[in-house]
Design a protein around this ligand. Sequence first.
Ligand SMILES: NC(=O)C1=CN([C@@H]2O[C@H](COP(=O)(O)OP(=O)(O)OC[C@H]3O[C@@H](n4cnc5c(N)ncnc54)[C@H](O)[C@@H]3O)[C@@H](O)[C@H]2O)C=CC1
Ligand SMILES: CC(=O)[C@H](N)C(=O)O
Length: 369
Amino acid sequence: MLFIRMLRRVGQSPACGRWAPVLPVRFLGVSPRQIPADANFHSVSFPGTDHPRVLITGGLGQLGVGLANLLRKRFGKDNVVLSDIRKPPDHVFHSGPFIYSDILDYKNLREIVVNNRITWLFHYSALLSAIGEANVSLARAVNITGLHNILDVAAEHNLRLFVPSTIGAFGPTSPRNPTPDLCIQRPRTIYGVSKVHAELMGEYYHYRYGLDFRCLRYPGIISADSQPGGGTTDYAVRLFHDAAKHGKFECNLEARTRLPMMYIDDCLRATLEVMEAPAESLSMRTYNVSAMSFTPEELAQEVLKHVPEFQITYNVDTVRQAIADSWPMKFDDSNARKDWGWKHDFDLPELVTTMLNFHGSETRVAQAN
Ligand SMILES: NC(=O)C1=CN([C@@H]2O[C@H](COP(=O)(O)OP(=O)(O)OC[C@H]3O[C@@H](n4cnc5c(N)ncnc54)[C@H](O)[C@@H]3O)[C@@H](O)[C@H]2O)C=CC1
Ligand SMILES: CC(=O)[C@H](N)C(=O)O
């Protein structure tokens, strides 16, 4: 009976131009998440404002606080809710709405979406590549089961959903220089496997149920005022800190390991731009985005131009090296550039100047105190 009522509630999916049921199939079964077929699933309209109401999951990692700052400038402080399972530092807690959210707890997620009238969701919770290999079952739970909860809550409440993917979604059998959007994806990390799963599930929900799913494959992200959370590209963040503070750095990847990288400002701007892009401009739902590619050796050479006494040594971590050797060296992001006008601002020289300026001023402040 429920199934028949559901079939009556079909409409033309604006995204794919095909007839598709409005709700995920999970709601047809005996799932505890089953919802009456005649419930109203469409997001509320907000008189007096067109701003989205945003939730960011996993917001206390390397990228979430920066994203919240950018979105709050655009949509207003109170329209962006940051969430995580960790306790926020004072400055984050006082900078705008913060809430506890465990993505493994579906009821908690649904309450947050309903109580805060969320319309856009940025799903940042994850275990990254190196830490994921050290804790496969937790990575599987957070990155895969958690993603299922996110997809369901987004479909149920008609949210626009952003899920980041990564260069780590490719593997040793993918073309590595350059790596196009569509090619073989056989990653050998639980992180990569979970991100390919996220790309495919998000696209499936989009074509099957009309979920407004948007996904960018980020390169390694380099940020000055936030720490990386256990990835293979982390060396490129720590190098700046150690160069400014100690004049030397011990690198855990080989000198000639080439990986795609991006400065955080470009990454967050790309994220906002793809979320604001008109749906009809998106010929795909998962895009590579790129800025630069370099090796530890090339990064050290650029740093030497500013810190002449800088020394780099190598003590290779075999787990990280094996991961890096299976990842793209260069990303082909021509579809993002063509479809929604993606353009990066930071190449290697600008990245190095910006990062050293930040760490240099931080070191000078610390020395003065
Ligand atoms: N930082 C980078 O270089 C890149 C990041 N990405 C993706 O961007 C997103 C954000 O990355 P980062 O901020 O670097 O990650 P991160 O590892 O720094 O932060 C992840 C956050 O997820 C939270 N978390 C873990 N389990 C959770 C749970 N059960 N419920 C809710 N939150 C939970 C953690 O407490 C942490 O604050 C991730 O999905 C990552 O895969 C993709 C490519 C590159
Ligand atoms: C590139 C990523 O996804 C992340 N920084 C990692 O190294 O795991």
